[in-house]
Ligand binder design. Structure first.
Ligand code: AP5
Ligand code: MG
Length: 213
């Protein structure tokens, strides 16, 4: 099954991707994580995009498509994937569509004020990339791999505003694209993480049921 997670910054795409990957046994592929890994590894792409990312700007469609379509060609994607943060523009959605049919595009809808509260408490493990919120942590250490947790470079308030502006400009076209394909489902991202996961799993069950009938 090919799944796309759509939603504003801090809507919970990464959190839900981590939950779904274990339940569905499909790889969780986050464009943001791949870009941040390139920056950490100082690859050619990483060096080129470092400044853009820290200002909250998007990486070009060309670079993003090459990077993501290459990742999707790995053997672990043969039964499907859970995409998080990609596609983010209409051009990216069209490039993806040429290679893969998307079974469900899940739009995690969250109020901006809730998302901003979440971002300000977000911590990310600099080793395994898992995301946490300080309110759920006893110490600023990854409970899974014991590495230190960090604040993302683009989680500063002025950068968050820029990321939201870009998201608001692009999202309508992207949602319409998947709506017209008949695969768009919107879930409420304002409740607990468990509530959102349940809504997503129900929507996925519905798609599977329709496929069998
Ligand atoms: P990316 O990493 O994708 O950032 P984003 O879209 O802004 O989304 P976030 O990762 O901030 O939020 P999320 O929805 O994953 O929320 P999370 O689960 O962490 O992209 C970063 C940058 O890379 C972009 O700005 C751009 O520059 C570039 N980029 C990436 N993809 C690109 C593309 N396709 N094209 C071009 N450029 C691209 O949750 C947030 C916090 O809330 C966490 O602390 C979490 O623990 C907490 N939380 C989650 N759910 C709940 C809940 N239900 N209740 C309470 N707390 C919750
Ligand atoms: Mg994320």
């Amino acid at each position: 099954m090919n799944i796309v997670l759509l939603g504003a910054p801090a809507s919970g795409k990464g959190t839900q991707g981590n939950v779904l990957t274990n339940i569905l046994n499909l790889p969780h592929i986050s464009s943001g994580n791949i870009i941040r890994q390139n920056i950490a590894d100082k690859t050619e792409i990483g060096i080129r995009v470092k400044e853009l990312i820290s200002k909250g700007k998007l990486v070009s469609d060309k670079i993003t498509n090459i990077m993501m379509l290459e990742r999707l060609s790995y053997p672990d994607c043969k039964n499907g994937f859970i995409l998080d943060g990609y596609p983010r523009t209409l051009n990216q959605a069209k490039a993806l569509e040429k290679k893969y049919q998307i079974d469900i595009a899940i739009n995690i809808d969250v109020l901006e004020e809730n998302a901003v509260k979440r971002i300000s408490g977000r911590r990310v493990c600099n080793n395994c990339n898992k995301t946490y919120h300080i309110s759920n942590l006893k110490a600023e250490i990854c409970p899974i791999c014991n590495n230190s947790l960090v604040v993302r470079d683009d989680d500063k308030i002025e950068v968050i505003k820029e990321r939201y502006k870009i998201f608001n400009n692009l999202t309508k076209d992207l949602l319409n694209f998947y709506k017209e394909k008949g695969v768009l489902v919107t879930v409420d991202g304002n409740g607990t993480s468990e509530q959102t996961s349940q809504e997503i799993l129900n929507a996925i069950k519905e798609v599977n049921k329709n496929d069998i009938n």
